[in-house]
Design a protein around this ligand. Structure first.
Ligand SMILES: [Zn+2]
Length: 317
């Protein structure tokens, strides 16, 4: 039902899934750049299409809302929430069998994304970014409490608290969290622009403004992860940074990007959620992508027929 040459192709529906090289027609699960290219035609949710246009420019689109089937050849294709970032979708393709491709996903309630659903299927192609047992995240409430403590402590010490997150997704989540915690936010341009798109698409935030070089005292700054510390020093003076990432579970801090504090908060499923997903979907065949090959081995130990698809390697089946 699928072919794989470093990207996944469903011949029956004549559709690529999250192809990273330019194709005639691809499903794009969400607007992170590692899941798309400038395809000639894109199937995605309206939210993803709006974000993609901002990031990659206009293209021919086939919008599909969650739960509203589209017919491609003689296959029925339905997008449903993935819980990852705004607009993120999984795809169910029904032909001679039921195929689900998850894209990036997270179970449970996110801050800006509709909660993921799980659909029973015959074949499951799933991401497994955090597919090692060490990546089990603590409860969200606990992490939120640590974040608020960090903000309060920084402000008391006369430092500007800076929350670092990816430009699309985590940046807006950080903005949402800061607002929900009752703080005003100052947001750097790239995250700000996307927050404005989020607002147009129905997400609400607390009080925030774009960084303009002044008025940061007593507020919380939200900045992209690639922001240099010396730039922050020039802009803000005394500051301390917190980085929200699932990689916080790594003790060697190699993903910490020099942040003063790293908190485990991710828009991906953790190890337990990945296993839970598989148990609920109960597929006959599983292909894992985007993550540790050991996860497929773990699924085999649990009695599932699982195989890892290494990215970029040629194999066809
Ligand atoms: Zn993603």
């Amino acid at each position: 039902m699928i072919e794989y040459d470093g990207a996944i192709y469903v011949p029956g529906a004549d559709l690529w899934l999250d192809a990273r090289r330019v194709k005639d027609f691809s499903f794009v699960s969400h607007a992170h750049t590692d899941h798309s290219a400038r395809h000639r035609r894109v199937l995605a949710t309206p939210q993803t299409l709006a974000l993609l246009e901002h990031r990659r420019g206009k293209t021919e689109t086939v919008p599909a809302r969650y739960g509203q089937p589209v017919t491609l050849n003689n296959h029925q294709v339905t997008l449903f929430p993935a819980g990852h970032i705004l607009g993120s979708a999984q795809i169910l393709i029904e032909g001679e069998q039921r195929l689900v491709y998850t894209g990036d996903f997270k179970l449970g309630a996110g801050f800006c994304a509709q909660p993921a659903q799980v659909k029973p299927c015959d074949t499951l192609v799933m991401e497994c970014t955090f597919g090692l047992p060490q990546y089990v995240f603590p409860p969200k409430e606990q992490t939120m409490e640590r974040l608020v403590n960090f903000i309060q402590k920084s402000l008391l010490e006369g430092r500007i608290p800076v929350v670092l997150g990816y430009t699309l997704g985590k940046g807006q989540e950080a903005l949402k969290i800061v607002g929900d915690a009752g703080y005003e936010a100052i947001v750097y341009e790239s995250i700000y622009q996307i927050a404005k798109i989020y607002e147009k698409l129905g997400v609400t935030f607390g009080r925030y403004e774009k960084y303009s070089g002044h008025g940061v005292e007593g507020k919380v700054v939200v900045a992209p992860t690639n922001m240099r510390r010396d730039q922050l020093r020039t802009d803000l003076g005394r500051f301390s940074t917190v980085y929200l990432t699932g990689w916080a579970m790594d003790s060697d801090r190699k993903f910490a990007r020099g942040a003063n504090l790293v908190l485990p908060m991710s828009d991906h499923a953790d190890f337990n959620e990945l296993v839970e997903y598989v148990q609920q979907a109960n597929p006959r065949k599983i292909y894992t992508v985007h993550g540790f090959p050991q996860f497929a081995a773990h699924l085999k130990d649990l009695g599932f027929d699982a195989e890892h698809l290494p990215q970029g390697q040629l194999s066809l089946f």
